[in-house]
Design a protein around this ligand. Structure first.
Ligand SMILES: NC(=O)C1=CN([C@@H]2O[C@H](COP(=O)(O)OP(=O)(O)OC[C@H]3O[C@@H](n4cnc5c(N)ncnc54)[C@H](O)[C@@H]3O)[C@@H](O)[C@H]2O)C=CC1
Ligand SMILES: CC(C)CC(=O)C(=O)O
Ligand SMILES: [Mg+2]
Length: 367
């Protein structure tokens, strides 16, 4: 049997609360289904900084590189607002993404039927929504140099971040988007800001060239990213796959999260390129949300984004497609039953905490 080594990095805030539900699920799958997962744990984010002064230690980084997949909770919080920028909690996640070369971030936004009526948008706008944001994750302004604050010597300072994209980075992320579109509705919308950014001009050109050379059968549209944000809340069902850069992808997926009812619903997969020999790819699975310091420790966080991220792990890292489908079906069924965490609560539904929601999904999955 192929190895199934998982590294669990729960992180800070609600990260450990959401991860606890996935740990229960993994234990249950091992005990009842003989799934054979082997788990190890490490520290990332503020808790890693508290333990050893870095947002992730070299030892945990090595474990991440060796694992078949990494499950990640969330990092950050006000406790670490004043720590040096280089070792802030978020730097741990950025290092994982960069060192593992996880260039493709898949962020599906699906509106479960049971939540369509409780969205902040009109029911007809979100009902049946199933879009996929493909976000470039290892380039752009998150990593471009120079990145600094310089003293201008006249009482002024200058903050500098640099947006950089090379052809190969745009080619490979658009290739991922086109491939995935072929398995869906065959439609890609590329978003950039070519009207003000040179990197946007190149992005647009390279996506078009990649399309013409290899994916002419897929429908391709281009949209300016600001208009894309507007269209996402106006009529999101016009989209199938959206491909965009690191920063726009971060923002557009938080917008898309609200179409699904709550940011507590949105999972993600961050994937590297398949190894030439083994065909295995490095992968990290994490909810789109952060550490939610405002609700941490209260037992009310929605664990669905974390559990759905594990479903993506089953599908993309272990080829366990039937189990992934079943787990997503269990989430839908529990929502159909009327169970709701506070963030998705609406009139007439039953409010439950993190643990009860996790238990209900696991019971439905195994049942
Ligand atoms: N991948 C990661 O680890 C990320 C970390 N962060 C970090 O998290 C910290 C907090 O950032 P925020 O901007 O507040 O974003 P956030 O996503 O943590 O929270 C935004 C809002 O959504 C709510 N929320 C988020 N996840 C939820 C869940 N599962 N269930 C119910 N409600 C949920 C929170 O209570 C809050 O009101 C910061 O330090 C930030 O840098 C932010 C985004 C991603
Ligand atoms: C480094 C992260 C905190 C940035 C972010 O918000 C995200 O990737 O969703
Ligand atoms: Mg974000």
């Amino acid at each position: 049997m192929a190895s199934k080594n998982l590294l669990l990095l729960a992180g800070d805030g609600i990260g450990p609360e959401a991860m606890a539900e996935v740990k229960k699920l993994i234990a249950a799958m091992n005990a009842k289904l003989g799934s054979g997962f082997v788990t190890d744990e490490g520290l990332v984010g503020g808790c890693a900084y508290d333990a050893h002064g870095a947002a992730i230690s070299d030892a945990d980084m090595e474990k991440a590189m060796a694992a078949d997949a990494v499950l990640f909770g969330a990092v950050g919080g006000p406790k670490w607002d004043k720590v040096p920028y280089e070792v802030r909690p978020e730097a741990g996640l950025l290092r994982l993404r960069k060192d593992m070369e996880l260039f493709a971030n898949l962020r599906p936004a699906i509106c479960y039927p049971a939540l369509a009526a409780s969205s902040s948008l009109k029911q007809e706008v979100v009902e049946g929504l199933d879009i996929l944001i493909v976000r470039e994750l290892t380039g752009g302004v998150y990593f471009g140099e120079p990145k600094q604050i310089i003293d201008l010597g006249n009482g002024q300072k200058r903050g500098i971040d640099t947006q950089v994209y090379d052809t190969f980075e745009i080619e490979r992320i658009s290739g991922v988007a086109f491939e995935l579109a072929r398995t869906r509705k065959n439609h890609v919308t590329s978003m950039e800001k070519r009207n003000v950014m040179k990197s946007g001009v190149l992005w647009n050109e390279v996506v078009s060239q990649t399309h013409k050379a290899r994916y002419a059968d897929v429908k391709l549209d281009h949209m300016l990213a600001d208009a894309g944000g507007m269209q996402l809340v106006r009529w999101p069902k016009q989209f199938d796959v959206i491909v965009t850069d690191n920063l726009f992808g971060d923002m557009l997926s938080d917008i898309a999260a609200m179409l699904t009812g709550s940011i507590g619903m949105l999972p993600s997969a961050s994937l590297g390129a398949p190894d030439v020999k083994t065909k295995k790819r490095k992968a990290l699975y994490e909810p789109v949300h952060g550490s939610a310091p405002d609700i941490a420790g209260q037992g009310i966080a929605n664990p669905i984004a974390m559990i759905a991220s594990f479903a993506m792990c089953l599908r993309y890292s272990f080829g366990m497609v039937a189990e992934a489908d079943k787990l997503e079906g269990a989430i839908a069924a529990v929502l159909d039953q009327g169970l709701r965490t506070k963030d998705i609560m609406s009139e007439g539904m039953t409010e439950v905490g993190t643990v009860e929601m996790g238990d209900a999904i696991i019971a439905k999955f195994l049942g």
